[in-house]
Design a protein around this ligand. Structure first.
Ligand code: 26Q
Length: 822
């Protein structure tokens, strides 16, 4: 009888309107006559989610029946952004919704911006996870994401006096139509306690983790629509809740307050996302979050596995787990613990299952970002896991010694335990030992980790275990959704919108690259997008920028290795040069708008000073009438996914200027180029492959190569730096107080002059300035520029996250698409 009531939702405008009104009255309990934009957004979102849920249920039911192999993408971060526009596009109902919302007296565009970003991530790694979920859903791969449901996402950045201030992002303040609490899906997670020996059912002696404190993990599901498919993916996020047991001991002791405060502690576990990007913080709470996440996810995976009654040895044929960096690495000892201590398997059989299940993606080579946890901390919070890690390490080292080399130095280097005081667990090594495949995220990065970080492991295991899968981005959000004008032009030109799921088809644009009419249409789209951004800047910051100027954009987390400092130094150099020019010369310049955006980790003092310097320079430059609007500087506050959707389509140039060898891949570089923006960049990360794909004549590259960096650092250390005259001019201007109290910037300038210039700004500065001149000269010839811009977009097929995910599925997960009935 159920079936007959399960009628599909209708998507004609009349039915849509009915649904929206219905949700207004019931779900929101609002009178139709006093409804505001927020309520209207919510009612609309609820009606869209109804349509999504049909697909969700359909997919999950089919998966349950067929029970194919599945992949689980474990990530501490998912930087999803807004969901409504994406869902409308995926379901192909945007046009009708627009009309329905209009008929109800609202504009859809107004409603879309009412939604708060789901900002459960810091930057690249979290956004990558979101793009991959979009692609696995679109390609019908049976993949689920697992993550944490932080109540506070990445902080909101406010600029006060030029300085960054942080405000909490309490994003769940209003109801969130895009998550489903699963009140019935709960698991217990233990911390602390002790290890005892016990007899199991077979009469064997086993270790058992007992006592300690327990909290509960409850599931929230976030449906992930695929583009133009009935299939719908899922991200399962865990929220910590107090266990609903009553602490009678405390109660009897009359300590009611304490028992309540313990409950609050349990809830606080998943309160806040750590706001550090590419930087380890060794906080106990972070370690607890990691274990909580891993424990709940594995219990859920095993619960699902057991329903099919397969033998344990088949586990890796049913389950693939991808670890997004080392953050979920405790899953390795946790699965080993469950198999040996709880399920009674022999160590070696269990270890075989573990290592056939996990794979690990590395996202960084920066030493300060590599996770290391102190042994005493780990012992206290996870006593049994610490023992298991020691055993994993012991057996591993014994094998290395026996099968490979007895060299003590090698064994010390390759050990999962670092013999510092106190000892440290090297999580990246544990992840390598516990995985069957390890991958880097761009060709250069994968080479570097094979050569440096994991070199001993490559020699021991052989090179096959260490592969490259270059990152990708979803063309749905990063072109189809965020750049409607370009989307329509491309679709019209190519004759269909198949490119949105087969991005290589963009190649078809190449034959129009010299066509003057097409170039004009192309340039007009760019101008529209620049106007859209200029309007945003005017409305939100009250700064006027000229949309015909060259828009030069650097938006990403603020970090020394990304060298926003070098960018603002070059801007100051440009400013000083403009000021020296005659009126005639000034008139001949290419006007520039330099746009910055990005958050600094709250405790990252130098990064915060960079923000201050950008804002101080902007103040002076933007108010100096003598340069005739030839230069404007804008720091866009609170850069996030939704702002990126406005900023990315509007670049002429975007900057990706990390010291060679430091940026693993970068993904915003791909987004800008896909939208017809040219790159000014170093020979680093995915810039190199972008260059290969689009042609070196279409990208501006400068700076030393990665393999020169070590020697230069060495030389600088022993022979001092060489500060070029152009750089000295800028340093003098700052120290001379042209941008406010110079003592403020002392520590920042010192990173160059006394700090050894670790990121090689002085090395690259001259070639950077030269390349800026090349950019200006190229921009003067509009036809040449437009052609380059077209060739950029046309060559970006490779960087679709569909390609990346397909490669993961074929090379690592051994997973086939699973299509639900049409
Ligand atoms: C670790 C321990 C404790 C607290 C925080 C962390 C932590 C959190 C986030 C460490 C690192 C991160 C984020 C890393 C990251 O975003 N890396 C970026 O990953 C992108 C996707 O592969 C690449 O494109 C970027 O190059 C890389 O920097």
């Amino acid at each position: 009888n159920w079936k007959k009531h399960m009628l599909p939702e209708k998507n004609d405008t009349d039915s849509i309107e009915q649904d929206i009104v219905h949700h207004t009255i019931t779900t929101l309990c609002r009178g139709v006559y006093n409804i505001d934009k927020l309520a209207m957004y919510q009612a609309t979102a609820h009606s869209v989610r109804d349509r999504l849920l049909e697909d969700w249920n359909c997919t999950q039911e089919a998966l349950h029946k067929e029970n194919p192999k599945r992949c689980y993408y474990m990530s501490m971060e998912f930087l999803i952004g807004r969901a409504l526009d994406n869902a409308l596009n995926c379901l192909k109902v945007k046009k009708n919704y627009k009309e329905s919302v209009n008929n109800l007296g609202f504009s859809l565009e107004d409603l879309l911006v009412e939604e708060k970003d789901a900002a459960l991530g810091n930057g690249g790694l979290g956004r990558l996870a979101a793009c991959y979920m979009d692609s696995t859903a679109t390609l019908d791969y049976p993949t689920w994401g697992y993550g944490l449901r932080y109540q506070y996402g990445i902080f909101k950045q406010i600029i006060k006096d030029g300085y960054q201030n942080e405000m909490p992002d309490y994003w769940l303040n209003f109801d969130n139509p895009w998550e489903f609490p699963r009140t019935d899906i709960r698991y217990e997670v233990r911390f602390h306690g002790y290890v005892a020996t016990k007899m199991n059912e077979k009469g064997e002696s086993r270790m058992s983790w007992e006592g300690g404190d327990k909290v509960q993990a409850m599931a929230y599901d976030v449906p992930i629509p695929g583009f133009d498919t009935k299939g719908c993916g899922n991200i399962r996020l865990w929220s910590s809740k107090p266990l609903n047991t009553f602490d009678f001991d405390s109660f009897n002791a009359g300590d009611y307050e304490r028992s309540v405060s313990e409950q609050t502690n349990a809830q606080n576990l998943t309160s806040v996302l750590y706001p550090n990007d590419n930087h380890l913080v060794g906080k106990e709470l972070r370690l607890k979050q990691e274990y909580f996440f891993v424990s709940a996810s594995l219990q859920d995976i095993i619960h699902r596995f057991k329903r099919a009654k397969c033998p344990w040895k088949d586990f890796p044929d049913k389950v693939a787990v991808q670890m997004n960096d080392t953050h979920p690495t405790l899953a390795v000892p946790e699965l080993q613990r469950i198999l040996v201590d709880v399920e009674g398997l022999e160590w070696d059989d269990a270890w075989d299952i573990v290592t056939r299940t996990f794979a690990f993606t590395n996202h960084t080579v920066l030493p300060e970002a590599l996770e290391c946890w102190s042994v005493p901390m780990m012992e206290k919070i996870l006593p049994r896991h610490m023992q298991i890690i020691y055993d994993i390490n012991l057996f591993f080292l014994q094998k290395v010694e026996r099968d490979f080399s007895p060299d003590r130095e090698l064994l010390k280097r390759i050990s999962i335990i670092e013999e510092t005081s106190p000892q440290q667990v090297r999580m990246a090594y544990l992840a390598v030992v516990g995985s069957h495949t390890v991958n880097g995220v761009a060709a250069l990065h994968s080479d570097l980790i094979r050569k440096n970080l994991f070199n001993d492991f490559v020699k021991y295991y052989g090179p096959e275990k260490f592969i490259n899968i270059t990152n990708g981005i979803t063309p749905r959000r990063w072109l189809y959704q965020s750049n409607p004008a370009l989307r329509d032009l491309i679709t019209k030109t190519l004759g269909s919108e198949d490119w949105a799921t087969h991005l290589d088809l963009l190649q078809g644009l190449k034959k129009y690259a010299d066509d003057a009419a097409f170039q004009d249409a192309w340039a007009d789209v760019k101008l529209q997008n620049k106007k859209r951004l200029a309007d945003w800047i005017k409305t939100n910051m009250n700064i006027t920028v000229n949309p015909h100027a060259l828009f030069d954009i650097q938006v990403k987390r603020i970090h020394e290795y990304k060298r926003q400092f070098m960018n603002i130094l070059s801007v100051i150099y440009r400013y000083k040069s403009l000021k020296k020019m005659s009126a005639e010369d000034l008139e001949q310049q290419v006007p520039r708008v330099v746009i910055f955006g990005g958050k600094a980790a709250p405790g990252y003092y130098i990064a915060k000073l960079v923000i201050k310097l950008i804002n101080s320079a902007a103040d002076v430059i933007n108010n100096d009438v003598s340069i005739k609007d030839m230069l404007k500087v804008v720091f866009i506050p609170d850069y996030n996914v939704s702002l990126a959707e406005i900023i990315v389509p509007a670049s002429d140039i975007s900057q990706h200027i990390s010291t060679a060898g430091t940026e693993a891949s970068g993904t915003s570089n791909m987004k800008f180029v896909l939208n017809g923006g040219l790159i000014l960049g170093t020979v680093d990360g995915a810039n190199i492959e972008i260059c290969e794909q689009i042609g070196k004549e279409n990208i501006f590259m400068f700076g030393v190569l990665a393999d020169a960096v070590d020697d230069i650092r060495h030389n600088q250390k022993y022979h001092g730096l060489f500060i070029d005259a152009s750089l000295q001019v800028v340093i003098d201007a700052i120290q001379g107080g042209e941008f406010g109290d110079p003592s403020v910037f002392g520590p920042l300038i010192n990173t160059l002059t006394y700090g050894g210039d670790y990121y090689l700004i002085s090395t690259d500065f001259k070639s950077y300035l030269q390349e800026h001149t090349v950019v200006d000269d190229t921009f003067r010839d509009r036809a040449v520029w437009n052609k380059k811009s077209i060739m950029c977009t046309a060559g970006m097929g490779f960087f679709s996250s569909d390609r990346a995910v397909r490669t993961y599925a074929e090379k690592i997960w051994k997973l086939k698409p699973f299509k639900v009935g049409v």
